[in-house]
Design a protein around this ligand. Structure first.
Ligand SMILES: CC/C=C\C/C=C\C[C@@H](O)/C=C/C=C/C=C\[C@@H](O)CCCC(=O)O
Ligand SMILES: [Zn+2]
Length: 577
């Protein structure tokens, strides 16, 4: 049971509608009185409306308690249920949710739109060996009075937030304190290493507050999920999710700056100022990447920010190449009518959004000037949900003395045209030059040594491999020589291993195929899993092997990951095969 109490604003009408997906609703009451309800027509991927007829008139401003008794489905798209064997500890089951963008409705009947913000209170009953955490402030725990084998955990979220940020994790969790307002949570097998990896979190929080204003959410915890979590991180308030692919090696402090800085930045852009609909997702992600890189500028250097911006441009290029340069999903503000948002997801709102903000920074007078706008934008629109038009109107208001410059921006090309942006910023290549030079040297088989890569930082090695991936595949002789000289097969850093294995498979190195499929299935971060499966699928000789391995692992994969890899490999989604 997951009693959740929302403070929703309902329209003053007999009829109220909540979003659901695959929920089994058994009863609805309003202020304790039975209320009639019907489940409307089922949409292919958006679920089913729950239409409730209140048993009394409702006047404006009147409070009413609507209770819905329901069960989630085993295949709820917001939830992944892990067997003990799928966990690190092997003794207890594990549950985690991932609601963004419109999966909350498969966990809770709700107004599943970012246009609506609400507080919430929850009490969760779990087997007493397990711990529950949520995207809220912990509000006590006690033995379940109705069952001595269970415990009740209470949570409250006093800051209004959209449904996609509701999150719950239940498992054999432990935590360690990593700061005055932060704990790190995971299974005990990872918790001490995670506490070490994320020890700079308070420093990063303070840096973010210096840029964006006070952190209003109270607690900032980090939860390291099992390897099947489909994303690098998720900005659930009070409880940032992090993939364990951040931690398997001694993470250089600089390395996690990007992921945790990104999720911390969402505490302002996305979680306080929220896109009103998912067409305006770039407002969440473009501003968050901009803030993330301003944190990198503060904690590292401007050259580091420039280096990450260059890398982001390549990520954008890869997304545009994957979708196709004329695909309207590469618009900064796409039309998402009847579009499955998981399929529309890419780096476009992140990196085309960042590129626009960086371009505007250059036009308006530099980082300090533009950060002044971003901080003011956050102050003005906090606790609300807005559209691109509202953002643009405030941009012109804030820079009222530079409207002539803003009017020269090709807004239609930037916002409503597919493909790469109309302007490519000239980023400083100081940190990238060594990567570019080494990439050029591999144009032929010259003299190489291990020091070529030992003199590169983790980030620069990743950039070197990204540059090679952007080119035509290297001859097989080159990747074999690269392995002899650099021993890249021995690197466990996920970002390095992912790119290296893609390079090898693209060059048709058969020894790399089992390693690529192993990485694609041992963890489930879609950033890695989907391209690795696709690379093997596109290697003619191993096309069927890719499908066979996917079908064999599908049942243990996160439902969203399984759905998208099935589409990538053109495997039907019928579980029977
Ligand atoms: C144009 C698309 C509009 C809306 C899509 C919104 C959400 C899509 C849904 O698939 C959820 C995405 C969640 C992403 C979470 C974290 C990312 O910031 C990181 C993704 C890449 C990574 O693994 O690092
Ligand atoms: Zn984000």
């Amino acid at each position: 049971p997951l009693p959740l109490f929302f403070n929703l604003s309902l329209s003053p009408s007999y009829h109220q509608t909540l979003d659901t997906k695959d929920l089994k609703v058994s009863k609805v009451t309003a202020n304790g009185q039975a209320a009639k309800f019907t489940l409307g027509p089922k949409h292919s991927f958006m679920g089913t409306p729950l239409e409730i007829t209140l048993p009394f008139d409702l006047s404006r401003g009147q409070h009413v308690i609507v209770e819905v008794t329901y069960e989630t489905a085993p295949n709820a798209s917001a939830l992944q249920w892990l067997t003990p064997e799928q966990t690190a500890g092997k003794k207890h089951p594990y549950l985690f949710s991932q609601c963004q963008a419109t999966h909350c409705r498969s966990m809770v009947p709700c107004q599943d739109t970012p246009a609506m913000k609400h507080t919430y209170y929850a009490q969760v009953s779990v087997p007493k060996e397990l711990v529950a955490v949520m995207s809220a402030v912990r509000d006590g725990e006690e033995p379940d009075p109705q069952d001595s084998s269970r415990a009740i955990y209470r949570f409250r979220q006093p800051v209004p937030m959209p449904s996609y940020l509701i999150a719950i994790v239940v498992g054999a969790l432990e935590s360690r304190e990593i700061g005055p307002r932060s704990r790190v949570w995971s299974e005990k097998e990872f918790v001490d290493k995670a506490a070490y990896e994320f020890s700079e979190t308070e420093t990063m929080l303070k840096t973010a507050e210096g840029l964006a204003g006070p952190y209003v959410w109270g607690q900032y915890d980090i939860l390291v999920l099992p390897p099947s979590f489909p994303y690098g991180g998720m900005e659930n308030p009070c409880l940032t999710y992090a993939t364990p692919t951040l931690c398997p090696c001694l993470l250089t402090y600089v390395f996690y700056i990007c992921v945790i800085a990104h999720e911390i930045s969402h505490s302002w852009t996305g979680n306080l100022v929220t896109n009103k609909t998912w067409e305006h997702f770039w407002l969440n992600e473009g501003h968050t990447v901009y803030l993330e890189r301003m944190i990198g500028r503060s904690m590292e250097s401007e050259q580091f920010r420039q280096f990450k911006a260059m890398g982001g441009w390549k990520e954008l290029q890869e997304s545009v190449n994957t979708f196709g340069a004329n695909n309207p999903l590469t618009n900064l503000v796409p039309n998402l009518n009847e579009v499955d948002l998981d399929e529309a997801f890419s780096s476009v709102p992140y990196e085309k959004g960042f590129a626009l903000l960086y371009h505007l920074e250059e036009l308006m007078g530099g980082p300090e000037v533009f950060m002044g706008f971003v901080k003011s934008y956050i102050q003005l629109f906090s606790y609300s949900s807005i559209t691109t038009e509202e953002w643009k109107h405030y941009l012109f208001t804030y820079f009222k003395n530079k409207v002539d410059i803003l009017n020269k921006v090709d807004w239609n090309a930037w916002m409503h045209t597919p493909g790469m942006p109309p302007v490519k910023p000239q980023y400083d290549s100081t940190m990238a030059d060594a990567c570019i030079a080494l990439c050029k040297r591999w144009g032929d088989l010259g003299n190489f040594s291990e020091w070529d890569v030992k003199t590169l930082s983790t980030h620069q090695l990743i950039e070197f491999l990204s540059l090679l991936l952007q080119q035509e595949p290297l001859p097989l002789s080159h990747v074999k020589r690269m392995q002899e000289v650099y021993q890249l097969n021995s690197f466990n850093n996920a970002e390095i291993r992912f790119r290296w294995l893609r390079l090898c498979v693209k060059s048709k190195w058969e020894d790399a195929v089992p390693m690529a499929l192993k990485m694609a299935t041992e963890q489930g971060r879609m950033k890695f899993t989907r391209p690795l499966f696709k690379e093997v699928y596109n290697f003619d000789k191993y096309h069927e092997e890719a499908v066979r391995v996917f079908v064999a692992h599908r049942a243990a994969m996160h439902p969203v990951t399984a759905n998208l890899v099935a589409k990538d490999l053109k495997v039907d989604n019928d579980k029977s095969t």
